[in-house]
Design a protein. Sequence first.
Length: 185
Amino acid sequence: MVVRPYSPELEESVMKLSPKAYMLFKHNKDYEHQKMSCVFNEEGNLIAVGYLRHRIADDHDVMEFVMEVSENAHEHIFEIRMALYPSLVDICHAIRNPEAITKLVAWDDFDGDREFYIQQGFSSYQTYYFAKRSLDNFIPEVNTPISVEVYHNPLETKEERVAYTKVENNIIKVFYIEASICWNG
C-alpha cells in the first residue's frame, strides 16, 4: 500500500470510490488546501481516501476524520485505516490554530469504526468519537508494513485556512437548515 496526497489526475477515481468525499472535497475547494490522502494497492489502484473536514468555531477548531474504503478492499480495512490515520493527524498538525483548542472527531458508522477509533484514543459519544488526547502530545510513530509509503503535502497559509473554513461553516449551516425542514401533510 502507498499513501499519498490527492492530485488532479485522481479526480475521476476519487469520484467513483466515494462520491460523498469527492463532493465535499471539490465543493470546499480542498485541492487548494490539501486535506485528502489516497491509498493505493500494490497494483496502483485507488482503494481508499482519507479526508479531513476542518471547521473553526469561536473558541476551538474541529477536525473531522472521514475514511472511505473501496468495497474491493474491505478485507484490508484495518490496515488501510492504520496507514491513513497518521497522514490525517499530520494534516491536523499543519492546519490547526495553536492558540485554540483542537477537537478531533469521527462519525460512528457501521464499518468497524468503533474498534479502530477506540484503539486510537477516541471516546464514543452518540454518533461521534471524540479524541481523548491533545494534538500537543505527539502520537507515537506506528510501524507500518514495509510495503506502505506515506507522502505528506503541507498546507499553506493561515489566511487560506481561515477563508476555507468560513466557507465550509456557511455551507454546513445551509445543510442543517435544509435537513431541519418539516413538511405538513
